[in-house]
Design a protein. Structure first.
Length: 703
């Protein structure tokens, strides 16, 4: 059966990406859009766009019956789920088929077999596919967790079998972390060497989210490797490429690349395992098998994602194929040998950078906003998958992914260089975004030149680790730095001057002004504020004064001795996606000088990088529009500064909130499940009374 019209049950860049293939292949397309997405650029790429009234995902993109009704009403023959939302929902897949439509994904039975991660582990083991040491059954008692850790060794992971996108994973570093986890659930466990061990036999409550979790050993220093696979209705299997997705934050991928530069024996093993898994469940369509690979090249099964992946683009780049077109061909009953190119050997190297509406200067906090200006990079080997236009507002109800920058080149080294060039051209104004973080990461010698050293915790142990950043002489917030490169080419060609901190313009050819310090007192000897004039507007920047003087020494600009004159600067500068770039006085051959946007205040992030302690001393507030997911405290409870008091979710990212100070919970002004506005107070704190403090001290002594 030939498919001529497809409804895409998704939004944003993936919807736009599918619409483009449908147009290229002569098929009609139907978009559905929620109220916050009305008028969006991506919805206008479809032949028809139908409004789904509602503000939330549950009302719209997860509303299976309404989506199915629209598909039938508009005469669509098939539904493409994209990724996320309903793409891994076996009930919806079955309903689509029962309604006489084509589901552009694996069967409901295959999704069911692979959707539960614990059951998928058991399936892999039955096929002699290597798995990480762990359990396949839900944990029942605290003793089970303790005993597993004693056997496997810490750290260990508690994983929700239905989790996805980095959610539903808890890491325990040692026994004390396990005891604290139990305490958070209201269970007091005896220390390991205590004479009374009966407490460990307590059942984990049926109302506790941990009750469905299974256990796995965390492999330290492992890489995250994927195989992009396709299988047709006749059983023909094709492994299109491997991918490396090791650059992650909180188990969420940021940079993906293909191929995965694996030893030949490891790649051969993954190919065999992946084909076994697809055949075992009679998988038809495109999907991804995920593995961890340790330093010795040993591979371990993680899961199968029964859908198209966000990072499918890098496989397309190195194979010259269109995976969405192949999904359509397979669904029509065509055989892979007839639709694949004669030579399917991957060529060259490709990188994908996920551009998200997350603020690097605020711990990559998800944020919405209105895009005022966009300039996409161009040139050979550059692909942009985006669905964004100036004037559009990014809704906070959905994912923070706003664009994908895909770079391909003959070699990995060339791909990295091309990515840096593309980032220097990228401009997204009006909304904080993660582009500047990638400039910093791709400039790192380890990531750029020695990818074998990159592992799933590399980013969190380096660029996102405040201690590491301080030791490296970097600003406190990742992604806020950019090289103000001496002798670099100006990307906008605009002559600019540099003003002093008071805003007084300094001559472009004879800059000899000074800048006053800004920020906390402890940073004053290192960072000083200057202002760059660009297009008639002043932009404040903080300059590393020590490195500036080291770079410029006694050289002069316009005859002025910078070593003596202070921080007066002149030259060319341009704002771009990676911060500021430009030329300072034409001083050739000198290194870059770090700059960062001026931050007037420094937030206390006690307890976790990226965590938010609340904007008021006596209150914990939502830093953005979000949904309240968890409240582990109650009125009258004593809390300490940095203690977890709430968990919110915004743009599919979980965000912990911590107590800003010691105190007593005096009010709880929201309930789990509530939609929170930015700045809304969730919890208020009162001063800890002497009586409470004494009681707490007695409890601590008793422990």
């Amino acid at each position: 059966m030939q498919i001529t019209k497809v409804l895409v049950a998704n939004r944003g860049e993936i919807a736009a990406r599918v619409f483009r293939t449908l147009t290229e292949t002569g098929r009609q397309s139907v978009a559905i859009y929620a109220t916050p997405d009305r008028g969006s650029a991506w919805s206008q790429l479809a032949d028809e766009a139908i409004h789904l009234p509602g503000e939330s995902a549950a009302e719209t993109y997860l509303n299976g019956p309404e989506i199915l009704r629209i598909a039938q009403e508009r005469g669509a023959q098939a539904i493409h789920p994209g990724y996320g939302f309903l793409s891994e929902n076996p009930e919806f897949a079955a309903q689509v088929v029962e309604a006489g439509l084509i589901w552009l994904g694996p069967s409901a039975a295959a999704i069911t077999a692979l959707g539960d991660k614990a059951e998928a582990r058991a399936l892999a083991q039955s096929l002699n596919v290597g798995t990480i040491p762990g359990t396949n059954e839900p944990i029942r008692t605290w003793a089970e967790i303790r005993d597993f850790a004693q056997t496997a060794g810490y750290p260990i992971l508690l994983k929700d079998p239905a989790g996805g996108g980095g959610r539903g994973i808890r890491e325990l570093a040692d026994l004390s972390a396990l005891i604290q986890l139990a305490a958070d659930q209201g269970v007091k466990l005896a220390a390991e060497d205590a004479p009374d061990q009966d407490s460990w036999g307590q059942q984990i409550g049926t109302d506790c989210a941990l009750r469905t979790s299974f256990l796995e050993k965390r492999l330290v220093g492992a890489r995250h490797i994927e195989t992009q696979c396709l299988r047709d209705q006749a059983g023909n299997f094709w492994l299109a490429s491997t991918r490396d997705c090791s650059v992650q934050r909180r188990n969420q991928k940021l940079i993906e690349e293909a191929p995965a530069f694996l030893p030949q024996h490891t790649e051969t093993q993954l190919r065999e395992w992946s084909e076994k898994l697809f055949q075992a469940v009679d998988y038809v369509g495109a999907g991804t098998c995920e593995y961890l690979v340790d330093k010795d090249g040993n591979a371990y099964f993680l899961e199968v994602n029964p859908r198209l992946q966000v990072e499918h683009t890098v496989t397309e780049a190195v194979t010259g194929t269109d995976l969405v077109a192949l999904q359509l061909a397979i669904a029509e009953g065509q055989a892979l040998p007839q639709v694949l190119p004669a030579d399917t050997t991957p060529r060259g190297h490709a990188l994908q950078l996920r551009i998200t509406s997350e603020d690097p200067a605020r711990g990559l906090l998800p944020t919405g906003g209105t895009v005022s200006e966009i300039k996409w990079p161009a040139g050979p080997g550059i692909r942009i998958d985006a669905a964004l236009a100036p004037g559009e507002t990014i809704p906070t109800a959905f994912d923070s992914l706003i664009a994908k920058l895909i770079i391909s080149a003959p070699t990995r080294q060339q791909a990295v260089a091309r990515a840096l060039r593309a980032l220097s051209e990228l401009q997204i104004a009006g909304v904080p975004n993660s582009a500047s973080l990638y400039t910093e990461l791709l400039s790192d010698a380890t990531l750029a030149g020695d990818p074998q050293q990159i592992h799933t915790r590399w980013l969190e142990s380096s660029h996102l680790d405040p201690a590491w950043r301080e030791a490296e002489g970097l600003p406190a917030t990742p992604g806020a730095t950019a090289g103000l490169a001496v002798g670099a080419t100006d990307t906008a060609g605009q002559q600019v001057g540099v003003a002093n901190a008071a805003g007084q313009q300094i001559g472009a050819a004879n800059a000899a002004g000074s800048a006053t310090s800004s920020g906390p007192a402890e940073s004053a000897p290192t960072w000083a504020e200057i202002q760059i004039e660009l297009s008639g507007k002043l932009q404040s920047l903080a300059v590393n004064t020590v490195q500036l003087r080291e770079a410029l020494g006694l050289c002069g600009v316009g005859g002025q001795n910078l070593g003596a004159a202070g921080l007066g600067l002149s030259g060319l500068a341009a704002a771009n996606g990676s911060g500021m770039a430009g030329s300072l006085g034409g001083l050739d051959g000198l290194g870059g000088v770090p700059v960062q946007p001026v931050r007037r205040t420094r937030r206390n992030t006690a307890g976790s990088a990226g965590g938010n302690t609340g904007s008021k001393d006596n209150a914990v507030t939502a830093p953005m529009p979000a949904t309240l997911m968890k409240l582990p405290v109650e009125v009258g409870q004593n809390v300490q500064a940095g203690e977890l008091v709430a968990l919110i979710e915004a743009m599919k990212m979980e965000q912990p909130l911590y107590a800003p100070k010691d105190g007593v919970v005096s009010e709880i002004l929201a309930q789990v499940g509530d939609s929170l506005s930015s700045g809304q107070t969730i919890i208020t704190l009162a001063e800890e009374t002497k009586e409470n403090a004494t009681d707490e001290g007695q409890v601590n002594d008793a422990r």
